[in-house]
Design a protein around this ligand. Sequence first.
Ligand SMILES: NC(=O)c1ccc[n+]([C@@H]2O[C@H](COP(=O)([O-])OP(=O)(O)OC[C@H]3O[C@@H](n4cnc5c(N)ncnc54)[C@H](O)[C@@H]3O)[C@@H](O)[C@H]2O)c1
Length: 264
Amino acid sequence: MDLGLKDKVIVVTGSAGMKGSIGETIVQAIAAEGAIPVLVDRNDRGIAYAQEFQDKGVDSIFVKTDMTEPKQIEAAVKLIIDKYGKIDALINNVGVNDGAGLDSSVDDFMYSLKLNMVSYFVMVKECLPYLKESKGSIMNVGSKVGYTGQGGTSGYAAAKGGVLALTREWAVDLINDGIRVNALIIAESWTPAYDEWIKTLDNGEEKLNSIKEKIPFENRMTEPMEIANQILFTISDKAAHTTGQHIFVDGGYVHLDRALLPAQ
Ligand SMILES: NC(=O)c1ccc[n+]([C@@H]2O[C@H](COP(=O)([O-])OP(=O)(O)OC[C@H]3O[C@@H](n4cnc5c(N)ncnc54)[C@H](O)[C@@H]3O)[C@@H](O)[C@H]2O)c1
């Protein structure tokens, strides 16, 4: 299916993670559609990623930005506009499950909110004039933690819960501007960050198997490309009547009753 995204300027935050991270996979998918991936992240890996795209003839830029700094976000959007003159879609993907829990300081909790939620607000605010011009689309990357909790991660849970509420709030705010706003919710996706976390555990392999067993559909982790594909479809005009939705790409993790599933 041609998603009609050719030459669209699509901004993705948190897109300079390791190869195979969600953000990096999204920008690969954007390039494959013939659109222009704009990478916004604080990690210098983004320089090489944008260069790799350019070497393949894909127009792309990396804008080094600390997403906890509103002034840097403002400057990043200005730079994008100076280069391309438009923004067709914004994918708010940056996020770290940083374990700012009940035993953490208020400062750590506030930092988590800043990174995982306030950055989404600032990005939308700064991109809005251009999204209004393009009748663009916004996608927020959420987490099951915003629905189910996880324990030990108050900041991330509050932020991801807030992102889901803001998705509906902004969908209402922007309904007369022709801007659609949706959220994509991930439960368990196999990324390099996930792999790193598993490696810190004494019983990593065992833990991973017990997680997979609880994922109803095919007892496997979600592939980052399955997430990227759903995101690109949803921001495209093929999904022109979808707004304010929380879209779960999680193999049934959150909603299916495991008690009804066959024993493993
Ligand atoms: N992998 C999963 O199973 C899973 C589950 C639920 C939700 N998610 C969500 O998916 C998204 C991507 O996750 P991922 O696993 O690819 O993460 P990741 O850790 O691989 O990538 C996060 C990116 O954010 C960047 N970043 C961190 N702090 C930053 C800052 N202050 N300023 C700018 N950039 C910063 C990092 O450099 C990195 O590129 C996140 O929103 C995450 O919450 C992932």
